[in-house]
Each structure stands twice: as structure tokens, then as C-alpha cells.
Ligand binder design. Sequence first.
Ligand SMILES: *Cc1c(COP(=O)(O)O)cnc(C)c1O
Length: 402
Amino acid sequence: MSAASPSPLLPTFARVGVSFERGEGPWLITPNGERYLDFAAGIAVNSLGHSHPHLVKALQEQAAKLWHISNLYEIPEGTRLAQRLVDHTFADTVFFTNSGAEALECAIKMARKYHYANGHPERYRIITFEGAFHGRTLATIAAGGQAKYLEGFGPKVEGFDQVGFADHEAIDRAITPETAAILVEPVQGEGGVRPIPAHCLRGLRELCDKHGLLLIFDEVQCGMGRTGKFFAYEHSGISPDIMAVAKGIGGGFPLGACLATFNAGKGMTAGVHGTTYGGNPLAMACGNAVLDVMLEPGFFEHVRQMSLLLKQNLASLADRYPDIIDSIRGEGLLIGIKAKIPNGDLVAALRHENMLSVGAGDNVVRLLPPLTIDESHIATAMQRLEKACQSLSLQNGQSPKA
Ligand SMILES: *Cc1c(COP(=O)(O)O)cnc(C)c1O
């Protein structure tokens, strides 16, 4: 195909002209053998890096036995994965999906059905937050409330009320007799790596208890070890009633899950919800293999240590390049660099140094490395960040501060 011929792909992504043939841990390798340090991890998906031997083995063994069998039958590896998630979280019950948006769809339907089952079908509205991202289905773009994702797709799905980020009074005012739940990311990812302070999460829990609302956490991005705990809500000392999980849970295999208490899930009886692929044997083999690694003693402690080291280094970088970097924020290995120049320029400059990162809202560059990185990868990342800042600083007509 000549370079000029149009791509056969629907152009919904502004793709960068680079492709990779294989991966090794936090490294991605192009067909020419060029190596990139992957601090994007497929947007927090490759939680254990690329080609993790335990994951490769689990998928290969399962592929030789059984790929798919309908949810009409028992899937023992799925029951086992659900039990392990239940044993390590607030939840009593799990529904597997193929993606984050589907996990959110399940959470939204579950919250509505809960109140319906309690004799309150009028309670179907869900409060969400400005800057939120919950996926790209019709309901989840309505929940996220971002004009750029809603535009042109017809009437917005009814039943979502958005309030300002951390605007406590607005949350109070938004609660009506029709409110079913509050939906929030404990750390906003796409919105620009904005952690919700623990006391605010506790405040939301109290509000929900006071008004009989369900508290739904979207931990699609911030869950699965990303913040240095299995799930981000553990930092706050409270737990949700329903939680959507995806991204890191499959280590790269498409997998999501909606976790809930028995009480919150009470309306979800046989036949009311379903999925063809969700929780199939290939996905369950990968999900269990990810947990085998993450639940080993010391795994989350390692994430916290690497986070501390990376953040210390980034703070010093920010001091040296005040014309490029405004501030550093985030939890664990979900780190945001708020840029003073357009964030896309920093992402591009890093890519020029063979390092991958991801843009986010609020002019932030996200660093989402595999959770398995060590000190040497952080040292390499810092060298590349330094070079990128240096070249941008020179373009800005300034020399770095000594
Ligand atoms: C990525 C993401 C989603 C959507 O997940 P998909 O797998 O793309 O459907 C939902 N919520 C949050 C917080 C996310 O980061």
C-alpha cells in the first residue's frame, strides 16, 4: 500500500506514526529494533508490563484447552477469580465484562435496579463530577458529561446530574428524591490526574448513607494496584457499594468487572443483565494470572516505593524547568505532570526521546508505567524527561536553572 492511500480504519483516533512489534517489561520494540520506554502502558492496562512470563504461560495454556463457552455454563476459573476479588475487597459479588465502559453500564443499571427493587422506580438519577471520564457508550458519555464527547450523538441519555469538582454545596443541592447514586473516580484519570482527597470520599460516603444513595467508584484507571493499594478506595478508609474495574485487571487482555455488595446487587436477578464474551475462559485465565502476581506479598509496597522515588525526581525536575512544568500530582504510579507549555508538546518531546506518556485534561501529561518498573527504569525515564525539558526550554528561549 502506498503511503498516500487512505487508512481503512475509521479515523476516530489521531494516531502517531509509530508501531511496535513486541514488548519486554516496560520496553516496546519497533520493527526496526528501536526501543521505547513505555510509561503509558496502554493507558494503565499493561499493569505487569509486556510479555510477563506468568501471563504468557497462563494465556498459552488456556488457549490450548478452551477459548470460549457461554455464560450459560459454569466457568470455574471465573468463579475462582470472582472469589479472589471478593476476598480482597469490600465486594460480595462480581459481574465480568470486556471493558471499562461495560463495567460502568453494569454499575449504572445495578444502581437503578436497586431502587426499583426497593419500590422506588423514581430514583434513577446519578450524580457525577465535572472532568469525569466513564467511557464512550451512550450512557457513559452522559455520565462523563463532556460536551466534546456528547456533541452530535443525539439526545443525551437521561438521568445524570453533574456537579463541579469538589463542590460540596453543589452535591448537597443536586440530591433530590429522584437520586439513586453518586458516581466518582477516586482519582480522575482522563480529567488530569486529580485525586479526590480522602476526607471528601468519606464525606460522599456519609451523604450516601444519610440519603439512602449508593456510592459507585469508577476504579477502571486508578484500581488494580495503580495507586499503591489494590484499590484506591483503601486509602480513604471507606468503601463503595458498587465499583467498576477494568484496564489493569487483564494485564492487556480485554477484561472488566463490576463489583458490588449483596445489598447493592439485590435487583440483578437471573435474566436482567448479560454479556456474551464477558468472563470467558481466556479472560479469566489472564485475570487470575494478574492476581497471582499482584497479590504476592510486597507487590503494592513496591509500587509505593517506586512512586516515591519517581515523584522525588519529578519534583526536582519541576524545580529546574519552571518554564515547562507547573506541578506534579497523583497517587502511586498514576502521576500527572501539569505542563506550562501545551501538554501535547511535552508528550511529543518525550516520544522524540523514545519514551511514551499520555496526555490528559487540564494540560497534564500522565505517567502510567507498568507497576513492575524498578529503579533503573526510573533513572532512564528521568534522563529522557530531562532531555525533553531541555529541548523544550531552549525552544522557549530559556536555559535551564542551575
Ligand atoms: C478508560 C476508562 C473507562 C472506559 O474504559 P473502556 O475500557 O475504554 O471502556 C472508564 N472509566 C475510567 C476512569 C477510565 O479511565
